[in-house]
Design a protein around this ligand. Structure first.
Ligand SMILES: Nc1ncnc2c1ncn2[C@@H]1O[C@H](COP(=O)(O)OP(=O)(O)OP(=O)(O)O)[C@@H](O)[C@H]1O
Ligand code: NI
Length: 304
């Protein structure tokens, strides 16, 4: 940033994602989810600094040059449903033209099959055929979202990043969209689903990663996380308890500024269980970065 300050947008993120698996990445607005996705596509701003590696097969996405990223990675090995589809669609071309171009480039479809293939691609993302000849500015937010999903599915990429793919959709369309993403993943592709919609995450995720103030603070099996024993990190527990169908109690306070992170655990200021141990950054143990995690089920004492 100007003035020599830094935003620590993603810190020590460590996870793997197998073929056939869906990992949901959840966490408060501004915690670093989209920056993490941008890093995997080589789409960070020019002045961003990265360290570490992100491997897909033998390609390190953080080290790959622009030519490799443009020709072999984006769309082909890593697909993206962008968070702001209206800003990613080409404003001066119709949805049909963009679908057809993508089909030509990524799936090698040629005339005369192109028209039918574009309609089939639109259908997969519930984009109505009657709107295919519209320009992006003529679409509602939800329609732009579906156009972006249709485009992202075409390349059959082994890794699909879906950044809030259900924003602006009604519940039944949310379910339909995430089910389609899940089906697309099948047994041989992987899905990183970034979402604020915990019900959507519960519906299709195998594992859940919870991010707080740039760090992944919990990585858990979806079944354990949403069912019993529930989340183990106090922030993750608070996130679930804030749901209307659960306790409907918000987490008090606000997350810290990523340009001025505290020295220790970033959640300590909002945590009722914090003590002097929380003055240091907790190392992840069994997927949970907390000094006082809620006990895992197997460790829980039998009830009398
Ligand atoms: N180009 C940039 N320059 C400076 N800071 C940035 C830039 N892009 C993102 N940030 C900052 O990085 C942090 C993480 O942003 P990010 O967009 O990844 O959040 P997010 O978790 O995706 O939030 P949301 O749920 O609202 O989409 C934020 O503090 C944001 O202000
Ligand atoms: Ni985001």
């Amino acid at each position: 940033m100007r003035g020599g300050t830094f935003v620590s947008a993603v810190t020590d993120a460590h996870f793997d994602l197998a073929a056939g698996e869906c990992l949901a990445l959840v966490g408060e607005s501004g915690c670093g989810k989209s920056v993490l996705a941008s890093a995997l596509l080589g789409l960070l701003p020019q002045n961003a600094e990265t360290a570490g590696s992100a491997l897909i097969g033998d390609v390190d996405l953080l080290a790959a040059d622009e030519r490799t990223l443009a020709r072999t990675v984006r769309g082909r090995r890593v697909g993206l449903v962008p968070q702001s589809p209206a800003a990613h669609l080409t404003p001066v071309r119709t949805v049909r033209a963009q679908l057809e171009e993508t089909l030509r480039e990524l799936a090698d479809v040629r005339r005369p099959q192109l028209r039918e293939a574009a309609e089939a691609a639109a259908e997969r993302a519930a984009f109505p055929a009657g709107h295919l000849d519209r320009y992006p500015h003529e679409l509602s937010g939800g329609l732009a979202q579906r156009a972006a999903t249709a485009l992202a599915l075409i390349g059959d990429a082994p890794l699909l990043l879906a950044d809030e793919p259900t924003t602006g959709l009604d519940r039944d369309l949310v379910d339909r969209t995430v089910d389609e993403l899940r089906r697309h993943v099948g047994d041989d592709r992987a899905l990183l689903l970034i979402t604020h919609d915990l019900a959507a995450a519960e519906r299709i995720a195998d594992r859940v990663a919870v991010m707080y103030a740039s760090r992944i603070v919990e990585l858990a099996d979806a079944e354990d996380f949403f069912g019993a024993p529930g989340p183990r990190h106090p922030y993750a527990r608070g996130l679930l308890n804030a749901l209307p169908e659960r306790e409907f109690t918000p987490i008090p306070g606000m997350p810290p500024e990523l340009s001025a992170l505290p020295g220790g655990c970033a959640f300590a200021a909002r945590c009722s269980g914090a003590d002097e141990a929380c003055g240091t950054v907790p190392e992840p143990v069994d997927g949970v970065a907390c000094h006082h995690p809620h006990e895992a089920a197997v460790l829980e004492a039998p009830r009398a």
